[in-house]
Design a binder for this molecule. Structure first.
Ligand code: AMP
Length: 232
């Protein structure tokens, strides 16, 4: 009974997930799936910062200088923002999915110190050359927020002309900036993971989207099951 209905119950487990991976490995696609399937609150620090830049808040104005150069923004701008968001009632009730945070050992340490601990850390893997190709072809439609790839994920044929006229490339998605972002990612990864020993599940991110989604679902269902077993 418990096993056959745990997929239903998964919506009632306040799951806490960190997703980590190099830029453009497919975190956005998986986050969309996880959010819908497990009902968690998706917290993307990149999105929060882009929003702040767009609204020209104090944080946004300072963060922009770093973001435009592919550099991490200082912790002073981001730690309180994330902490406040995680402590809010929607995250407490529904669980959370951290995407883009922690990005350094110091940010992981902050989480541990504040007892913000995930149930699982999903690490999406892809070789650097795949990442560079994926990012340099990435485009966003400002009207809908939909993300496309010029070759691998073009807009649907009926709206392609229209979307291509307005789509934009993120200022940090150029090949030069990607190299900086990837170098930072590799330099920080082990420092982050050492704080979450025994929680990591590695999944190949350069497979077909459906295969990656199935692997992610399998890993998260396992965690939901173990949480449910602990509570009965
Ligand atoms: P993303 O959309 O996750 O690739 O983030 C875009 C940019 O936002 C990054 O290149 C950083 O400049 C900044 N950023 C996002 N999350 C963080 C974080 N946790 N710490 C520092 N900077 C971040």
């Amino acid at each position: 009974m418990l096993i056959s209905s745990f997929i239903f119950y998964a919506h009632f487990v306040a799951l806490k997930v960190i997703i980590i991976g190099p830029p453009a490995v497919g975190k956005g696609t998986q986050c969309e799936h996880i959010k819908q399937h497990y009902g968690v609150v998706h917290l993307s620090t990149g999105e929060m910062l882009r929003q702040a830049v767009q609204e020209q808040t104090e944080i946004g104005i300072t963060a922009r200088k770093y973001m435009d150069n592919g550099l991490l923004v200082p912790d002073s701008l981001i730690l309180d923002m994330v902490n406040a968001r995680i402590m809010s009632s929607d995250c407490k009730d529904n669980g959370w999915l951290l995407d883009g945070f922690p990005r350094s050992a110091a940010q992981a340490e902050f989480m541990v110190k504040h007892n913000i601990l995930p149930d699982i850390v999903i690490l999406l893997l892809a070789p650097d050359e795949v990442v560079v190709e994926r990012i340099s072809g990435r485009r966003t439609d400002p009207a809908t927020g939909n993300v496309y790839h010029v070759t691998y994920q073009p807009p649907p044929i009926d709206i392609a002309e229209e979307v291509k006229k307005r789509w934009v490339q993120r200022s940090d998605d150029t090949e030069e900036k990607i190299k900086v972002r990837l170098a930072q990612y590799h330099a920080n990864l082990q420092g982050i993971l050492q704080h979450f020993k025994g929680m990591k599940v590695s999944i190949k991110g350069d497979e077909a989207k459906e295969i990656v989604t199935a692997e992610v679902t399998r890993a998260l269902d396992e965690v939901c099951k173990s949480i449910l077993y602990q509570t009965v």
